[in-house]
Ligand binder design. Structure first.
Ligand code: ZN
Length: 171
């Protein structure tokens, strides 16, 4: 018997599809080109993080803005149909993300969250600059005292990094 609501089913589908999203591939390829070695979708870590760099004890999590309810992001609007269900669903996702991050930090991992709005600038999104910007950020982050950072697209900035620096000049 199929107990899944249509919403639930489409959620499952998108989870499957999101395994190998383009932003993830971009990030992987830039990291690899720059000599970083990593493991993918590590099952025994909280949240099965996308990219794990054991040498630096660093986790990189690439998040879809909609499914992970990126706050103040234009790609994270709650659908008008069934809005209550969606709101609930997305809040749960957000909560789960927070718990995973806490668990990882408790296990002394550093966590870098990359929101996929960074890759959605349309014509003006220069992938090689964004990719290189991410690599520069990773290099900086692994040598810093910071344990948690997020990268996302914000208005005038291509890139914003609340706890350390903005990449505006470098991009
Ligand atoms: Zn976003």
């Amino acid at each position: 018997m199929d107990r899944l609501t249509p919403e639930k089913r489409s959620w499952n589908m998108s989870r499957i599809k999101s395994k190998d999203t383009t932003p993830e591939r971009i990030v992987r390829s830039f990291l690899h080109r720059n000599g970083f070695r990593f493991r993918l979708h590590v099952k025994d870590l909280p949240g099965k993080p996308d990219i794990v760099l054991p040498k630096y004890k660093l986790i990189i999590d690439i998040r879809g803005c909609f499914w992970h309810a990126h706050s103040n992001c234009k790609y994270a609007k709650i659908p008008t149909t069934n809005s209550e269900w969606w709101e609930n669903k997305l809040k749960q996702n957000q909560k789960r993300d927070e718990q995973n991050i806490k668990a990882l930090l408790n296990e002394s991992w550093k966590v870098l969250v990359i929101w996929d709005c960074l890759f959605k600038k349309g014509k003006s999104c220069n992938i090689s600059r964004v990719g290189q910007g991410i690599v520069n950020n990773v290099k900086f982050f692994v040598n810093s005292q910071d344990v948690y950072q997020e990268i996302y697209f914000e208005e005038q900035l291509i890139y914003s990094n609340p706890s350390s620096m903005t990449m505006k000049e470098e991009l």
